[in-house]
Design a binder for this molecule. Structure first.
Ligand code: UDP
Length: 487
C-alpha cells in the first residue's frame, strides 16, 4: 500500500559507501529506510561485500524488492595491490592502505557508466569520495555526502581544518579550546587525527582538505543522528558553518523494525541460544558489554589489561575480542575463573541485539559513531575508550555534552592499536559506570535519549520529517532538471 502510494513520485537513489563495515552498515540501513518509504535504492559495492549485503537485506520484506546491488572493481592492478583487496580491512599495512586510497578516485569512470545506464535521481556518496561531486554534476544529478558520524564531530572536524588550533600550541599535550564552537571543549593535538597533520600523513591531509571542500560544495550532508540529541550542533553546522544537512537517524532503528534478527551482515561467532540464555539468566542492568567495533585490533598486552580489569572489578561482562586463537592474551585460568560471570565472544557479536537486552547495563566502547548511537538507543551509560578516526570528538559528546559516559583516560590518537590503558583505569571506570548514584544518573539520561530517538523516527518525528524534506529536495531537483531539458 505504502509503496503503491508513492509509486508515481518514486525516487531512485544510488548509495556509494566506503568499503568498510562501519560505513556499509549505515548505508544499508539508509537504503532500507528509503525503500520502506517507497523509493528505490541501489547500493554500489565491491564483490567482496555481496554475501554481507545479501545477509543484511531480508528478502521477505516488501521493501527488499526496491533495493538493488551493483558491483564495482577496485583498480588494484593500477596501484600494485593484490587483486583481492576489495575492502579497507584487506589493506593490512600502512602502505597497502595508502594505495587503497590512491585507487579510490580511479573508480570515477565505473560510477559514470552506472549512472549513465541507470539514471538515478541522486547519488549519496561517502565522504571519502570527494571526486563523486564532479561525477554527479556531469550528469546533472545532485550529490549528497554521508559521513557516518554525528553533528558534534562534523562541527569539530570543520573547526580543526578551518582554524588549525592544534598547530598553535607548543606541545602535543597542551590543551586548547575548540574555536568557534557552541560549548567550551578542551582538546589536545595528541587527540587530533594524524590525517590533519602534514608532517605525519601528507597525502591524507590533502584528502581530508578535499573532503571538507566537497562538504561545502555538494548538495548537502545526510547525518545519522537525531535533532534532540545534539540540537546546538545540528544548528551550528547549518547556520554558523554554513553546511546544508538533514538529520535522518538513528538509521539502524528504522531498519530494526524490518528485520529483528539483524546481524549487521556478518555471520555471528556465537549461537543465539548461547548468548541469549546466558543473558536471560542475569539480573537487569548487571552485565557490561565490551566491544571495540569492526577495525580495532589491540595488542595482547592491552587485552591482558582488559581481562585483569574485568576480573578485578567483579563485574559480569560480555567481551568481544577480534582474536580466534587462545590465549597468551588472557591471564592464566581466566576463563575457568570467569565461568558464568563473563562471556567472551571471539569474532563478530550480534551487538545491537545484545545491547538491547535488559540484562545489559553498560557499554565499553571505542566511540565509533554507530556503536555510540546503538548504546544511546539502548539507554546505556558508556565507558568511552576512543582510539582513532573521529572517536575522540565522539567521546567529548558522550561524556561532556550528553553526560551519559565517562572517559577511560586515553590521550593519544592512534591508527588501530590504541593508546595503552592500564587495568586500574578501566576497573575504576567499570565501577563508576555500572553502580551507584553517578551510574544511575547517566543511565536515566541515556534512557531519556533512547525515548527521544524512538520518537524522532516515528511519523511526524524530527528525523522522519527531515527525511521527507530531503525527498522533497530530490523531487524539486528532478523537476527542475526536467523543466530545463524541456526549455
Ligand atoms: N558490530 C557488530 N558486531 C561486532 C562488532 C561491531 O555488530 O562484533 C557493528 C556495530 O553494531 C556497529 C558497527 O559494527 O554497527 C561498527 O561501527 P562503529 O561506527 O561503531 O565502529 P567502526 O567499526 O566503524 O570503527
Amino acid at each position: 500500500m505504502e509503496i503503491e502510494k508513492h509509486q508515481h513520485h518514486q525516487l531512485h537513489v544510488f548509495f556509494l559507501p566506503l568499503m568498510a563495515q562501519g560505513h556499509i552498515i549505515p548505508a544499508i540501513d539508509m537504503a532500507k529506510l528509503f525503500a520502506s518509504r517507497g523509493h528505490r535504492s541501489t547500493i554500489i559495492i565491491t564483490p567482496h561485500f555481496l554475501p554481507f549485503l545479501s545477509k543484511s537485506i531480508n528478502q521477505n520484506t516488501d521493501s527488499a524488492t526496491q533495493i538493488d546491488i551493483l558491483t564495482i572493481k577496485i583498480p588494484t592492478y593500477e596501484v600494485s595491490l593484490p587483486e583481492e583487496t576489495e575492502s579497507i580491512h584487506m589493506a593490512t599495512t600502512t602502505e597497502m592502505l595508502s594505495k587503497f586510497f590512491q585507487a579510490l578516485p580511479m573508480l570515477g569512470p565505473q560510477i559514470e557508466e552506472l549512472i549513465k545506464r541507470h539514471r538515478p535521481d541522486g547519488l549519496i556518496a561517502d565522504m571519502f569520495f570527494p571526486w563523486a561531486t564532479d561525477v554527479a554534476v556531469k550528469f546533472g544529478i545532485p550529490r549528497f555526502m554521508f559521513h557516518g558520524t554525528c553533528y558534534f564531530s562534523l562541527c569539530a572536524s570543520v573547526c580543526m581544518i578551518r582554524y588549525e588550533p592544534h598547530k598553535k600550541v607548543s606541545s602535543e599535550y597542551e590543551t586548547f579550546i575548540i574555536p568557534n564552537f557552541p560549548d567550551k571543549i578542551e582538546f589536545t593535538a595528541s587527540k587530533v587525527a594524524d590525517f590533519y597533520k602534514e608532517d605525519v600523513e601528507p597525502q591524507y591531509l590533502k584528502l581530508f582538505k578535499d573532503m571538507h571542500e566537497d562538504e561545502m560544495r555538494c548538495n548537502g550532508v545526510l547525518v545519522n543522528s537525531f535533532y534532540e540529541l545534539e540540537p546546538a550542533y545540528a544548528d551550528h553546522y547549518t547556520n554558523v558553518l554554513g553546511i546544508k544537512s538533514w538529520h535522518i537517524g538513528p538509521l539502524f532503528l528504522n531498519s530494526k523494525g524490518m528485520n529483528l534478527e539483524e546481524k549487521r551482515g556478518m555471520e555471528c561467532s556465537i549461537d543465539k541460544q548461547v548468548w541469549l540464555k546466558w543473558l536471560d539468566s542475569k539480573r537487569p542492568n548487571s552485565v557490561i558489554y565490551v566491544c571495540f567495533g569492526s577495525m580495532i585490533k589491540f595488542e595482547d598486552k592491552q587485552l591482558m589489561e582488559i581481562a585483569m580489569a574485568l576480573e578485578g572489578s567483579g563485574q559480569e561482562f560480555i567481551w568481544v575480542v577480534r582474536k580466534e586463537k587462545q590465549e597468551e592474551w588472557l591471564p592464566e585460568g581466566f576463563e575457568e575463573r570467569m565461568e558464568g560471570k563473563g562471556l567472551i565472544i571471539r569474532g563478530w557479536a550480534p551487538q545491537v541485539l545484545i545491547l538491547d537486552h535488559e540484562a545489559v547495563g553498560g557499554f565499553v566502547t571505542h566511540c565509533g559513531w554507530n556503536s555510540i548511537l546503538e548504546g544511546v538507543c539502548a539507554g546505556l551509560p558508556m565507558v568511552a575508550w576512543p582510539v582513532s578516526g573521529e572517536q575522540f570528538y565522539n567521546e567529548k559528546l558522550v561524556t561532556q555534552i550528553l553526560g551519559i559516559g565517562i572517559g577511560v583516560g586515553v590521550n593519544k590518537w592512534s591508527r588501530n592499536e590504541g593508546d595503552f590503558v592500564k587495568s586500574e583505569k578501566l576497573e575504576n571506570a567499570l565501577r563508576r559506570v555500572m553502580k551507584g548514584e553517578e551510574a544511575e544518573e547517566m543511565r536515566s539520561k541515556a534512557k531519556g535519549f533512547a525515548q527521544m530517538a524512538k520518537r524522532a523516527i516515528e511519523e511526524g518525528g524530527s528525523s522522519y520529517m527531515d527525511l521527507e524534506a530531503f525527498f522533497q529536495e530530490l523531487r524539486l531537483v528532478r523537476l527542475s532538471r526536467k523543466i530545463s531539458k524541456f526549455c
